[in-house]
Design a protein around this ligand. Structure first.
Ligand code: NDP
Length: 289
């Protein structure tokens, strides 16, 4: 039987309507600063999507485009100015950054109370010890999608493929939290016999960034699969010359899993939605101060 499709677009639309209603109640519109360095086409398209979503939710986005050769100190200076800007509730630096810029140094410059991506050590540390924080958007969206699928996470075995600071590690941390209560295994490029682990997963979160990482023989019957990967596959028949694919062999795995996210239309819309969520929360906190 084909798996149920976990519709990230539908869940995102529902949450965005609630976020817009929350925005409408505020005295001052939430402001999100989006910093884009260089012209990476994927980054440009992510930034455009984030700004559009911001406007639709009634928020103000301020785009700051910088040349690819901008100095790290100049970028940090811009962030410090935004930290002090009362009209700005959230600061987002689109990753990846050019290689001459130390990504962590830039993230460290963002004031934790405006770190709506949840990437600063302060927010990640707070998440780790279960304190109030901004949860990183993609992991937060993944958890919402699993809950939306109807699965009871508690006591289940979740296998996370990938250990990046922005997806793999935080989603593993969230799933293993007392609230969600899953038993978590984290796999990475050093894992021997990946399939031996993924076949044990009730919940399989795949964030490897490689198409075809998960094939049907690696999936437990009845599993819930969250495919985080976004890969551009060259396709001359498409107007843009490529199509998007996840890390999971969607068609074949759909025959084994109970529920699965599509790519596009799964995790992507939820990532942007949780960014809006955090920006609204930041604005609420600022307007209470
Ligand atoms: P990274 O490249 O930072 O991390 C990839 C992780 O996957 C690493 O931990 C790596 O292991 C592991 N890995 C790679 N290949 C394998 C393999 N064959 N078997 C097991 N583990 C493997 O990527 P990100 O975490 O930033 O992103 C992952 C994917 O998710 C990308 O496709 C990205 O575009 C997408 N993404 C999508 C988002 C969305 O909103 N839809 C948001 C963010 C990311 P090691 O640590 O050993 O190198």
């Amino acid at each position: 039987m084909a798996a149920k499709i976990i519709d990230g677009k539908a869940l995102a639309a529902d949450l965005r309507a609630r976020i817009a209603a929350g925005v409408a109640k505020l005295e001052r519109k939430p402001g999100l600063a989006v910093i884009l360095v260089g012209e990476n086409p994927a980054s440009v398209s992510y930034v455009t999507a984030k700004e559009k979503a911001c406007a639709e939710a009634g928020m103000v986005s301020r785009e700051i485009r910088l040349p690819a050769d901008v100095a790290e100190a100049a970028l940090v200076g811009i962030i410090r100015d935004l930290n002090a800007d009362k009209a700005i509730d959230g600061i987002l630096v689109q990753l990846p950054l050019p290689s001459h810029i130390r990504g962590q140094a830039v993230i460290d410059a963002i004031a934790p109370e405006k770190d709506v991506d949840g990437f600063t050590p302060v927010n990640l540390g707070r998440m780790m010890i279960g304190e109030e924080c901004f949860i990183p958007c993609t992991p937060h969206g993944i958890v919402k999608l699993i809950e939306f699928s109807g699965m009871d996470i508690s006591g289940r075995h979740a296998v996370v493929v990938g250990r990046s600071n922005i997806v793999g590690k935080p989603v593993a941390q969230l799933l293993a939290s007392k609230r969600l209560n899953a038993t978590v295994t984290v796999c990475h490029s050093g894992t021997r016999d990946l399939g031996a682990f993924t076949r044990e997963a009730d919940i399989l979160v795949v964030a490897a960034g490689r198409p075809g990482t998960i094939t049907a023989d690696m999936v437990k019957r009845g599993a819930t699969i969250i495919d985080v990967g976004v890969n551009r596959i060259p396709d001359p028949t498409r107007p843009k010359g490529f199509r998007l694919a996840g890390d999971v062999d969607f068609a074949a795995c759909s025959e084994v899993a109970a529920a699965i996210t599509p790519v596009p239309g799964g995790v992507g819309p939820m990532t942007i939605t949780m960014l809006l969520w955090n920006t609204l929360e930041s604005a609420r906190r600022a307007q209470r101060r």
